[in-house]
Design a protein around this ligand. Sequence first.
Ligand SMILES: Nc1nc2c(ncn2[C@@H]2O[C@@H]3COP(=O)(O)O[C@H]4[C@@H](O)[C@H](n5cnc6c(=O)[nH]c(N)nc65)O[C@@H]4COP(=O)(O)O[C@H]3[C@H]2O)c(=O)[nH]1
Length: 750
Amino acid sequence: MGEEVAKTTIDKQRFTDYYRWLIVAIGLLIALRSIRSLPVERLDLSLLFLTAMIVITSLRFAIPIPRFDTNITISDAFIFLALLLYGREVAVLLAAAEGFCSGLRISKSRRPLTILFNSAAMACSTFATAIAVRSAFGDTSLLPDRNLPVTITMLCAMALVQFIGNTGLVAIGLALKNDLSILEAWYRNYLCSSLTYFIGAAIAGLIAYLGHYVGFYGLLISSPVVLILYLTYSKYLDDIRTAAAQAELAERQRAEFERQRAEQAERHVRELNRYIAQLEQTSRALKESREHFRYAAFHDALTGLPNRALFTDHVRLAIERAKRRPEYIFSVLFLDLDRFKHINDSLGYSFGDKLLVATARRLESCLRQADTVARFGGDEFAVLLDGIRDSSDAVRVAEKIQEALSAPFTIERSEAFITASIGIALSISGYDHPDEIIRDADIAMYRAKEGGKARYELFDKEMHSRAVARLKMENDLRRAIERAEFCLHYQPIVELETGKLVGFEALARWHHPERGLVSPAEFIPIAEETGMIVPIGMLILEEACRQMSVWQQQSPANKQLAISVNISSKNWIQSDFVARVESILARTGFPPHCLKLEVTESLVLENADAATTVFEQLRALGVCLSIDDFGTGYSSLSYLHRFPFDALKIDRSFISNMGCSDENIEIVRTITRLAQNLGMEVIAEGIETMEQVKILRALSCHYGQGYFFSKPLAACAAEELIRAVNSGERDFFALNSPPPIGSIENKLIM
Ligand SMILES: Nc1nc2c(ncn2[C@@H]2O[C@@H]3COP(=O)(O)O[C@H]4[C@@H](O)[C@H](n5cnc6c(=O)[nH]c(N)nc65)O[C@@H]4COP(=O)(O)O[C@H]3[C@H]2O)c(=O)[nH]1
């Protein structure tokens, strides 16, 4: 391929050279002919000057035309002048000379053929011009005699033929060399140079005309003016060139500036795009986190169920709908898993969490799409049944839930069984606020718990009244602590063998301003639930120790009287409980070994770890510990040896039933033996008959308390009892001896 191109190029060059040699040959012939016909008689000094001018100007001077790729060569003008003044032969020879000299000037390669071709082309074109002008206008030297339009036409014709002839010959050479059409080569390279020919012809015409009037020397004298004009024009061109260069430089600088600005703008756009991308990413992340937070704010993290806030919102919408459409009924079910704490304690919190998640899924499976199940926290769930017909629909769902939960849960290869207590509240009661219906469902759920758990209860107005009453009691209880409305009653504890008074059990009473004495069975559970038992328990303990200390000091016979005080687990799990007991003993001066703290077995088991530590510390103080209501718990016997108990109180239910069956007697016997084997004292509670005393004696039970000996007595009555026992006026086994009735209330100042 490369070789082919090279061959083609060589061929073209060869053809171009042939052509040039042809023109050189023609030009030579024309030149020879012109020499032969040269009008020697007309050769003068002016012609010599003209020849010198042509040689000098064609060698040296060419005036470039700004914006056009061509020059005005003054030598053209001198050739035209020679034609006008001396005729064809002189003009042809001078043209050949001019072509040769300008060839030397123009040709960069200085190739002889190029220089000769240039010379020959000038000779040929001048020859043709001379013939054409002569044919059209006759003798050219007659110029001054002609009128102006003819002169101008002739000069134009002269310029045109010379232009076409000269540029045409050169264009053919270029076309051959560059493989172009002649017209295209001519058009591209020489069209714009036509101007130089016309200007040359005009200058020649002008000089010839002036020469006619001022003569050769006049022209010679005026030539400095021409030179000045030339130099001025040349200077003018230099200025233009300088200005153009400056403009070009400015343009380049501007272009460079524009380029830099464009680059900067592009950089800015890129940076902006980057920022936009970052912003979009940040905005996406913010949106995601907003969604996440929104979800987290309204959902339970463990089960993914709606939380209380979202559930309340759904209930609010249901209430509004119920107000708009009276026939619309909805229901709220409040669920609490029974004994879930035991599952957590025994199988661990992680297991408990998984069980809650599984429970959530089972609850969902029991409901329709329109219903909402939420987790309120812990083991509490709530269900909103949307659009039901009546209470039977809600009951059916509650039963369905209980049935679904009754199937065993298999988690981590362990099986767990749970039940739920469910409270149901219906919208027909007319609610204004979501909290009200949720509260009522909660109340009903508590009722279900009280009723034995694993059941449901429908909320009714009576429950509400009870709840309101309970709330009132809570408030009253708070006030009771501030106003010290509590007092203690004391129930004697008797040695069964001898009938000797060994001590008392302190039992709290609340002296309510409106209701009179309130039983502890009523207010202690509320105090425990609300935490108010903590301050109440410590007040009672202090008062019991203070009172017993007073009685002990009244008589030497009383020195060994002990006091048993019920202590709630909420009290003894307080970190400073032991320290507080110690300070009470110090304040009241009561001997620690006469203080017996009674704890309930079920509460001990629920807090087994804390119990072990606290009980050992209490034992270290010298305080005795009794386990109360023994036998009512579910794992009574197994844990007895784990804790440092000094005494065991057999629950009243076993004692009162002893007369009914031998079985109960056997139970009491077993408990008594077990306690004695473990080195513990045994106290029977709730002795009401002599027969029970006899049985208990036969079973070797040490101590007893109950209405048979005395009801709990107010402090002054108990004091009277002590005095009567000490004086022998009172014998606990003498059935007819009048018991001091504990009707006198003793208001404590706490
Ligand atoms: N039917 C019958 N009842 C008898 C007989 N003998 C005694 N009782 C009653 O049985 C309860 C014995 O107290 P408890 O088992 O510790 O049971 C107590 C105890 O668990 C709790 N409690 C009483 N006072 C306090 C206290 O100060 N602190 C704490 N945490 N709980 C207390 O309240 C429960 C009830 O106390 P009370 O109403 O005083 O009821 C007392 C007492 O009056 C009897 O022969 N027959």
